[in-house]
Design a binder for this molecule. Sequence first.
Ligand code: AHR
Length: 634
Amino acid sequence: TLEVDASQSIAKIQPTMYGIFFEDINFAADGGLYAEMIKNRSFEFDEPLMGWEQPNSDRHSYNNNSGIATIIKYSGDQTNHNYCRITVKDDQGYKIINQGFRGMGIHAKAVYNLSFLAAKTSGNIKELHFKLVGKDKKEIASTSVVVDANDWKKYEAQLTATATAEKATLEITFSGTGEIDMDMISLFPEDTWKQRKNGMRKDLVQLLADMDPGFLRFPGGCIVEGRTLAKRYQWKKTVGPIEDREILVNRWNTEFGHRPTPDYYQSFGIGFFEYFQLAEDMGAEPLPILSCGMACQFNTGELVPMEELDPYVQDALDLIEFANGDVSTPWGKVRSDMGHPEPFNMKYIGVGNEQWGPDYIARYKVFSEAIKKQYPDMIIVSGSGPFPDGDYFEYGMEALKKLNAEIIDEHYYRSPQWFRDNADRYDDYDRNGPKIFAGEYAAQSVAIASPKNENNWECAMSEAAFMTGLERNAEVVQLTSYAPLMAHTEGWQWTPDLIWFNNLTSYGTPNYYVQKLFATNRGTDLMKVTIDGKKIIGQKSLYASVVKDTETNEMIVKVVNTLSEKNTINFKWNGVSVANNATQIVLVSEGLSDVNSISKPKNIIPKSKEIKIDAKDGVQLAPYSVNVFKLKIN
Ligand code: AHR
């Protein structure tokens, strides 16, 4: 018997309860959400011609009779360091090809916006020819652009595709001979999220928006910290004109592992402005996380000396001004110049990502004092590291409590069993202490980053069981997010991930549908619930939580049956009268190792039906099922 005491609300379910953790890992931004199709568009990678091929030209063998591309540094102190000088010796005979991010996903009939900067330096190059080439080297789109200026000039054109290709490439050939300088060679689908020019991939943002996220945490993850401090994420370098955003090697750039990604860089085409805008689009609270002066502790763990922490703290203060300041403030003006004079109303800021130990506490204290002094209402999120059961965790919690921390970010990547066993994790947390942000979690079927680590049904169902525990503790748990969020099927560094995509298409994992189910049924008020009169610890393999939704006038019951057999429950309602018919949404799969995939994206998705609740026989729960019951309040 699932007994609900609806006589009072134990706590408000915060609108931020279910949100999104975004990090540019697994090609989630460059090569993913950011719809740019040209890899290394401005020749800024450490190997400046990475991503580009010159099939009939080879510097080393002197086989460059047709032409050659050379990288030249701009003079002076620029954030855009390089451009490419193309010397064409053979009219139409030389070609340079961009590979895209493991190819370019081109859709038949779709229109693509091409742009580039060019300056003719010598000779008589008249026209540039652009060709998208698909499978079997077949042309699927082309356009030509007359180049007429000796000085840098921006050129734009469009290509319309005649066929679909998952791994197209862009070939450029030249009419005439001579030298031409090129930079920022860019290709975007015209059809982007909200039709913003050179914006985000629509299918991917739609999957995010469909989750109705309460917050968007950005930009990570370990990329906030960097492997070294010099390589940390610096938000100021990610705003303003796109061509002035200095690219940075991605912390997840790796030559090793199952899927080497030595070509992983951050163009910052999605920078802080775009993150704020995305949060606004989805009605989510923006939650930026900043470096606290500690590089990734799994790498160098490099520390900024305490006496040199000021610029880091200033970055946080300036960010608040960028997000919320009046247009008359310097950073408010930068935001306004980018097209958003209204403030973004940022309420939360994170200090440090996954940091732990005394070095973190010392730095956090300085940040928190400075932020609160200037912005007393700003809510600060602090880190606790990735060891949810260890000594560091205990130490951090105690130290942060003493500093009156408001929200502590906990991370756990553990086995499905751990998630089921820890559904009561927050039952005994201090109700008067800091609130909890379950900021990164995911059940691991095997081990992090193993190709065998899957988003299988056992993981998703176990997360759902655990999430009922998060929800039952909404007094302390106020923000939660699965991590990582996205992965390119051919460019990942970490598994499992909530959403998978290739160049053409994307799908939500069963874990995604669990997140979506909880988020879209989050309710407004927490009700007390017991199973057979006892607190819920997975008795009879059942996990449950109950919320009331004062807007829809419903009781919403979430029940997870982790048993391999059917389970039956009877509802007992105290303090409320509910209808005896209900909507039951079921997410279920027979096999614990079942998954969704590119070819079977909807193998496991929620299904909804209307049912009558039989007061005597109760309701049946399918084996291994996640259930949401919605009952109207009489
Ligand atoms: O989500 C992947 C990584 O896990 C994050 O970058 C980091 O915060 C954690 O270690």
